[in-house]
Design a protein around this ligand. Structure first.
Ligand code: NAD
Length: 310
């Protein structure tokens, strides 16, 4: 919600210079993060220009959760965005909100990422509207939970199609345009399960690592085309999916949702669940000129949750 705030008095602002600036207050302020509608441009000597104005960014599975936050963050930076989800009404509504808040150009398309034709159409419509694709954020829902004994061939196949094959198809569809434009950035949203396997998530633990291998190879193969490929790994991020999981755990354990939440947070070194915007900040940075020498890396955004050295 828009709030009034005298940002000229605050030395800790990160802001994007635009007529309708979004100002992110540092998390250590009492109010935490908030969005502020500013009516004029403010210049700060050390403001970071991410160089994303006018770039064409495809963000998949973006009607809610981390994908939606990433789409909005690109819009705030002045990029032109292309969003998709399986349900047209959901993605249209998310796009309308982002357009109203940021004034950005937003394309909202229905696409099921397990369908090759939908992926081709998503990229074709984006190129038709914006002339190219500069940035691709590969995101999709996670494969279902379960152990090895639970999973049939059909479930392994479905997880492969949702997580790995969708990434292959999206990358294949965008690289001709990125090559023509002289470069691009690809960011894959996966999970900390690729660093520390998670209990009861055999499909995620197995198939997401394939995306990390693919991304590393691509980062080498596509470097000559100035196309960078990186991975971002969410830890425990407060999206609808996490809220559902907290409710389920509460039902199972007989504890209140608040108790379950506090227990989960006690295991996160930074002491809280992440917000979708925490991921969006990293995604936007990796897509930007400020990350122009970064390729082939896998970064967790998890408040210190994954106890791995690398
Ligand atoms: P979410 O469930 O809130 O959103 C996922 C989106 O993917 C939804 O909009 C859903 O409709 C869409 N989707 C699912 N299948 C699709 C398909 N076939 N075609 C098109 N869209 C499809 O998820 P999130 O919490 O925003 O997480 C994003 C990604 O990060 C997921 O892969 C998730 O598994 C992973 N992740 C999330 C967390 C977390 O704590 N939120 C932790 C680790 C990994």
């Amino acid at each position: 919600m828009a709030q009034q705030y005298d940002f000229r008095q605050d030395q800790h602002l990160v802001l994007n210079g635009s007529a309708r600036a979004r100002i992110i207050l540092p998390p250590w302020t009492p109010q935490g993060r908030r969005h502020v509608e500013a009516l004029y441009i403010v210049k700060m000597g050390d403001a970071m220009d991410l160089g994303l104005k006018g770039k064409a960014a495809v963000v998949t599975a973006s009607s809610r959760g981390i994908g939606r936050a990433a789409a909005e963050a690109f819009a705030v930076e002045g990029a032109r965005i292309s969003m998709c989800a399986r349900t047209a009404a959901d993605v249209t509504q998310a796009a309308e909100t982002i357009r109203a808040r940021t004034g950005a150009q937003v394309l909202a398309l229905r696409a099921d990422l397990t369908q090759a034709g939908d992926i081709q159409e998503l990229v074709r419509r984006t190129v038709e509207a914006y002339g190219t694709v500069d940035i691709l954020v590969n995101n999709a829902g996670g494969p279902p939970a379960g152990t090895f004994d639970d999973m049939t061939d059909a479930e392994w196949q479905a997880a492969f199609e949702l997580t790995l094959l969708s990434t292959v198809r999206l990358v294949r569809a965008v690289i001709p345009h990125m090559r023509r434009a002289g470069g691009g950035a690809i960011i894959n949203l996966q999970s900390t399960s690729v660093k520390v396997p998670l209990d009861n998530l055999i499909l995620s633990n197995s198939i997401r690592t394939g995306v990390i291998g693919l991304a590393k190879s691509l980062s080498i193969e596509l470097a000559k085309d100035n196309i960078r490929v990186n991975n971002v790994l969410p830890g425990a991020i407060m999206t609808d999916r996490q809220r559902q999981m907290l409710a389920l755990q509460s039902k199972k354990s007989g504890q209140t949702v608040e108790e379950v939440r506090r227990l989960r947070e006690s295991k996160i070194p930074l002491g809280r669940f992440g917000e979708p915007e925490d991921l969006a900040d990293m995604i936007v940075f990796l897509a930007s000129d400020r990350a122009k020498y970064i390729t082939g890396v896998t970064v967790q955004v998890d408040g210190g949750l994954a106890r791995s050295l690398m």
